[in-house]
Design a protein around this ligand. Structure first.
Ligand SMILES: CC(=O)N[C@H]1[C@@H](OP(=O)(O)OP(=O)(O)OC[C@H]2O[C@@H](n3ccc(=O)[nH]c3=O)[C@H](O)[C@@H]2O)O[C@H](CO)[C@@H](O)[C@@H]1O
Ligand SMILES: C=C(OP(=O)(O)O)C(=O)O
Length: 436
């Protein structure tokens, strides 16, 4: 188990370039399974989860070639579908959440897609019903072996059939999986209550450039005319909006002056506005976002004077992946905020560590925590802690960087799942983080 030793209290200064988006990479990498032509993808982040998925694709027979930093060529002209029945596949597939999205493309092109219960953060129940109900609507048979935790979807006659479906929830990976299954199905598929966040839009645009016929991109109603075959393409992954949000919170908490380069502002949706409601100032210069040094930031109240609530919702609502960052950032603000994590059940439990560091937080229930800002009257103090999940991990890192003295953060494998070379990039700006 790796750890970060952090000496807090330094103000950071300089530029940060966000990595390519983890959650887009975990979607678009799977499209390579849909064609026997070459697919080139750039701006792929060098992070544990993405590397695990590339490794899984390779094990399935995809020829992978690194062309440059973050740029790879993929050729799926000889896929070994029987590999899905091996123990090695079961072990590799279970180690990350993104592996679930190999099922749709394999089912579409080869008539079968199998997967063990995928991994990812332990942040509450993470059901897969939307994915498999969607495949069933497209005509696939579905089997789940509870003893081995293995899911199987198979298409009769090896071809899925287009249909209308209303998803029970706007699941991000569920929509991506169903879209990748439907592009090669016979006839027209309509998906209502589809997730529509920018990474899904990217996936749809990429598939269209491969020859798919998807319309309604960006809305919650997608229409897909199935095609016989898809070809190759070149695709570039967007900057990671969750990393950008993490850097905004980090800058405010540590009173730093940070410019985040090439943020693709138009794809950040409501994210900058939510940080602005915490009183954080920012300046858009071209497509760079500057967070200037700020002595104090003051959380707004609602118009009627009541306490601000920040909650998550499917896009274009605020992403649940940034609520832990909002929460930690609020600990040094002036004012109070209720953080309401509606989508996941166990993402707020890390607040006990922040309370040990001196933050004023009331955990109301598993979904809600009230933060009463310290207004910088006292600094957080460094402690030893363990990171429970990827975003809580980065929140604890931000807390440690703002704290007085030494902190030790264990289980940083969680952070490595989604943040590329984070200690090096922050140390270049004046942070003091050591990997031990
Ligand atoms: C690899 C990847 O891309 N992971 C992201 C993806 O996970 P993932 O696709 O697994 O998440 P889902 O969108 O399926 O659902 C996330 C949670 O929100 C709940 N839910 C979902 C939709 C809805 O309309 N109402 C609702 O309550 C679900 O029950 C679940 O508890 O999307 C999540 C939600 O943005 C992000 O946290 C994850 O980082
Ligand atoms: C929850 C997350 O990731 P995953 O879906 O891979 O567990 C996340 O990126 O915040």
């Amino acid at each position: 188990m790796g750890s970060f030793e952090v000496f807090g209290g330094n103000k950071l200064k300089g530029e940060l370039t966000p990595q390519g988006a983890k959650n887009e990479a975990l979607q678009v990498l799977n499209t390579v399974l849909l064609t026997d032509q070459e697919v080139i993808i750039s701006n792929i982040p060098d992070i544990v989860d993405v590397n695990k998925l590339i490794n899984l694709l390779q094990a399935l027979g995809v020829k992978v070639q690194k062309l440059d930093k973050g740029k790879y060529s993929f050729l799926a002209d000889d896929i070994d579908v029987d590999y899905m029945l091996t123990d090695e596949f079961k072990q590799k597939g279970a180690s990350l959440r993104g592996s679930i999205m190999i099922v749709g493309p394999l089912l579409a092109r080869f008539g079968k897609g199998y997967i063990p219960k995928p991994g990812g953060d332990k942040i509450g129940r993470r059901r897969l019903d939307t994915h498999f109900i969607g495949f069933e609507k497209l005509g696939a048979g579905f089997k789940y072996d509870a003893a081995t935790n293995f899911f199987k979807a198979e298409a009769p006659g090896n071809r899925l059939k287009g249909t209308y479906m209303l998803l029970d929830e706007a699941s991000v990976t569920g929509t991506a999986n169903i879209v990748m299954a439907a592009v090669l199905a016979e006839g027209k598929t309509t998906i209502y209550n589809a997730a529509c966040e920018p990474y899904l839009q990217q996936l749809c645009k990429m598939l269209n450039s491969m020859g798919a016929k998807i319309s309604g991109v960006g809305s919650n109603l997608l229409t897909i005319e199935g095609v016989e075959k898809l070809g190759g393409c070149e695709h570039r992954i967007l900057p990671d909006m969750i990393e950008i949000g993490s850097f905004i919170g980090l800058a405010a908490m540590t009173q730093s002056d940070i410019t985040i380069k090439n943020v693709s502002y138009e794809n950040l949706g409501i994210i900058p506005d939510v940080f602005k409601r915490l009183g954080i100032k920012m300046e858009l210069i071209g497509d760079d976002l500057r967070i200037p040094e700020q002595e104090l930031y003051e959380i707004e109240t609602f118009i009627d004077g009541s306490i601000m609530t920040i909650s998550d919702a499917p896009w274009p609502g605020f992403t649940p992946d940034l609520l832990s960052i909002i929460l930690v950032t609020a600990t040094q603000a002036r004012g109070s905020v209720l953080v309401h994590q509606k989508m996941f059940e166990s993402r707020l439990f890390f607040v006990d560590k922040l309370i040990d560091m001196g933050a004023q937080i009331i955990l109301c229930d598993p979904h809600r925590a009230t933060v009463i800002g310290l207004e910088r009257k006292t600094q957080l103090r460094g402690i030893t802690m363990t990171s429970p999940d990827i975003r809580a991990g980065v929140s604890l890192l931000i807390a440690a960087l703002s704290a007085e003295g030494r902190s030790l953060i264990h289980n940083i494998e969680q952070i490595d799942r989604g943040y590329e070379n984070i200690e090096l990039r922050l140390n270049n700006l004046g942070a003091d983080i050591r990997r031990i």
